[in-house]
Design a protein around this ligand. Structure first.
Ligand code: SAM
Ligand code: SF4
Ligand code: SF4
Length: 343
């Protein structure tokens, strides 16, 4: 690592540090959420990454250690669906043991959580986010594209509570005319259980979900709906770069978050890099291309050279897609898909 980076910490062209790494452990998923992996595209014949193409746990751990040397303190496992990867708790255990990792979390659709929550906790996973878009079974079946009801997810959340994950974050993507009339019910259900719902504006990630601005429900509208039933009070951020605006319920019980990636972007606080399951680094959720780390780690390259590679990539980073979204006259021809880098 050169002396400048050692002194200043790694910074991109806007002075943003590199503090978070999101690691996608698989591109496969048992759901087909309409906004992420629509069934029409990701059908039976869709070709996912081959086993060889996907980074092994040893490779992921090596890369994670290098990122930590460069200033990353927070790791999140994601996918596709991370709980589909066999023995994921072994990866969790080894990542948790890296000195300098202050936070280790995982985002899941919750379907397999009932079986594995205890193992994840014992392996050292600190925090869990479960995605659940509505409590209405019929709407949920449509949104997950696989006709799954909500019960396995609610059971998974309960298993996670019993394993000691508390509070759990619940990620809810809100789409106009689809689930926006169910947000109050969902918020109130999880408020009573002490979990933190985070309503996410539907985003134009990738090129395959047919996103249109008219389908976005703004955080402002969601807040308005919630305030009518359960008044909220704004809170300050837990740390710089936190993506959700935080609120507490005025009655003193519980917290909630709003992620306004479309209507109120937060690019200047964005200190996250993303590693795809096949070892490509992306410096933005909306990137058109990534940087191939896998070829490097599979070609006898030293850790020092990988440090130099990541340093070059991050130092040249100029991404601020969401802040410029309004200025794009049309969508970029190619953007990485969400299931590839995990949100
Ligand atoms: N499969 C896991 C899950 O669903 O939690 C992890 C990967 S998933 C891609 C990560 C998060 O991205 C989920 O909370 C999901 O709801 C969110 N997401 C996917 N597509 C989105 C979109 N178009 N807009 C907003 N959020 C999206
Ligand atoms: Fe799978 Fe998560 Fe994408 Fe839904 S959002 S299709 S659960 S990767
Ligand atoms: Fe970060 Fe890119 Fe999202 Fe902006 S658009 S917050 S740079 S991931």
């Amino acid at each position: 690592m050169d002396n400048y980076v050692k002194r200043q910490g790694l910074r991109d062209t806007f002075g943003r540090p590199l503090t978070d790494l999101r690691i996608s452990v698989t591109d496969r998923c048992n759901f087909r959420c309409t906004y992420c992996m629509p069934n029409e595209i990701y059908g039976e014949r869709y070709k996912f990454l081959s086993r060889d193409a996907v980074l092994s746990y040893e490779e992921i751990i090596r890369v994670a250690k290098i990122f930590v040397q460069l200033g990353v303190t927070r790791l999140r496992l994601t996918g596709g669906e991370p709980l589909l990867r066999p023995n994921i708790e072994e990866l969790v255990r080894d990542l948790a043991a890296i000195s300098g990792v202050d936070d280790l979390s995982l985002t899941t659709n919750g379907y397999r959580l009932g079986k594995i929550a205890g193992k994840l906790k014992r392996a050292g996973l600190k925090r869990l986010t479960v995605s659940l878009d509505t409590l209405d079974d019929e709407i949920f079946q449509r949104m997950n594209g696989r006709q799954y009801g909500t019960q396995p997810i609610l059971d998974g959340i309960q298993a996670a509570e019993e394993a000691g994950f508390m509070p759990i974050k619940i990620n809810t993507v809100v789409q106009k005319g689809v689930n926006d009339h169910t947000v109050v019910e969902l918020a109130s259900y999880f408020k009573a259980r002490g979990h933190i719902v985070r309503f996410i504006e539907y985003m134009d990630v990738g090129n395959r979900n047919g996103w249109r601005m008219e389908q976005v429900v703004s955080s402002k509208d969601i807040l308005h709906q919630l305030n009518e039933e359960m008044p909220l009070v704004a809170l300050s951020k837990n740390f710089p770069g936190e993506v959700a605006a935080r609120y507490r319920y005025a009655d003193g019980e519980g917290e909630l978050g709003l992620i306004s990636s479309v209507t109120n972007p937060f690019c200047m606080d964005c200190s996250r890099a993303r590693l795809s399951a096949d070892g490509i680094i992306y410096t933005c959720l909306f990137a058109s291309f990534g940087h191939d780390l896998r070829t490097l780690i599979r070609s006898q390259t030293t850790d020092g050279d990988i440090v130099k590679f990541i340093t070059r990539v991050w130092s040249a980073r100029e991404d601020r897609y969401s802040e410029e979204r309004g200025a794009h006259s049309k969508q970029p021809a190619k953007k990485v898909e969400m299931y590839h880098i995990g949100g």
